[in-house]
Design a protein around this ligand. Structure first.
Ligand SMILES: O=C1O[C@H](COP(=O)(O)O)[C@@H](O)[C@H](O)[C@H]1O
Length: 233
């Protein structure tokens, strides 16, 4: 596990966008399809806004989400809308490479929608899972004290009572999130400092869900100085 600390959120976003471009390029160069799991959240907006400046064949990659808000398609709260507007649409990524989670109004119950999404996940590990972290140390829509953190069978599950609005969501679980070569946490801001300190300080997943995510080959915490400010040196 590695921690990289940057002077600002913008510096962090620049570094992550460059490293993601390099990763996508290196996977594509050996003839594989890069498989990337996207996150929602504030720092993700800054990262996505920079990706078009990086020279990678973004259209070769396929994209999934770690979690999604169960609101209608195109709703401003959708994590897929954030990524589509940030880079997927701008860079012309083909629709068949974009594996968005089902939306409210899709004729499936939330449980059915979660199970249906699980069928879209690849058999091989993801190449990169990006994870934002909330001030309560949640990742994706795995929240402290919620039963989804203890799910060991289903790869995607429904959440009816997210403490952060909107309450209805679908989230990947640890068995899916951790089926990845690389996990990159992306965290900026002083309001995340306690969460980062807890997750890296060995708190149980029930208290700090971020503590339970890791890559098979690499786990990196990209932090700005504010988010890193409560880490013990
Ligand atoms: O609701 C969510 O929150 C987290 C973190 O968001 P932030 O704005 O506090 O950075 C995000 O990782 C997750 O994907 C999203 O649905």
């Amino acid at each position: 596990m590695t921690i990289e600390i940057f002077d600002s959120g913008d510096d962090l976003a620049l570094a992550v966008s460059r490293q993601l471009a390099a990763r996508v390029h290196s996977v594509a160069t050996v003839g594989r399809t890069p498989k990337v799991v996207l996150t929602g959240g504030s720092i993700a907006t800054r990262i996505y806004g920079r990706l078009s400046a990086e020279n990678a064949d973004w259209s070769r990659a396929e994209y999934w989400w770690g979690d999604e808000r169960f609101v209608p398609e195109g709703h401003e709260d959708r994590n897929d809308r954030q990524a589509r507007e940030g880079f997927l649409d701008r860079l012309g990524v083909p629709a068949e490479h974009i594996h968005a989670m089902p939306a409210h109004g899709c004729d499936l119950s939330m449980a059915e929608a979660a199970d249906q999404y699980a069928t879209t996940l690849p058999q091989d590990p993801f190449d990169v899972v990006l994870l934002g972290v909330g001030p309560d140390a949640h990742i994706a829509s795995l929240f402290p004290g919620h039963p989804q953190v203890n799910e060991t069978e289903r790869l995607a599950v429904e959440v009816f009572d997210s403490p952060k609005p909107p309450p209805q969501r679908i989230t990947l679980t640890y068995p899916a999130l951790n089926h990845t070569k690389v996990t990159w946490f992306v965290v900026a801001g002083a309001d995340k400092a306690d969460a980062v300190a807890k997750a890296l300080g060995g708190a149980p997943i029930e208290e700090a869900p971020a503590a339970g995510a890791r890559g098979l080959e690499e786990t990196v915490w990209f932090l700005d100085t504010a988010a890193a400010s409560k880490l013990r040196r």
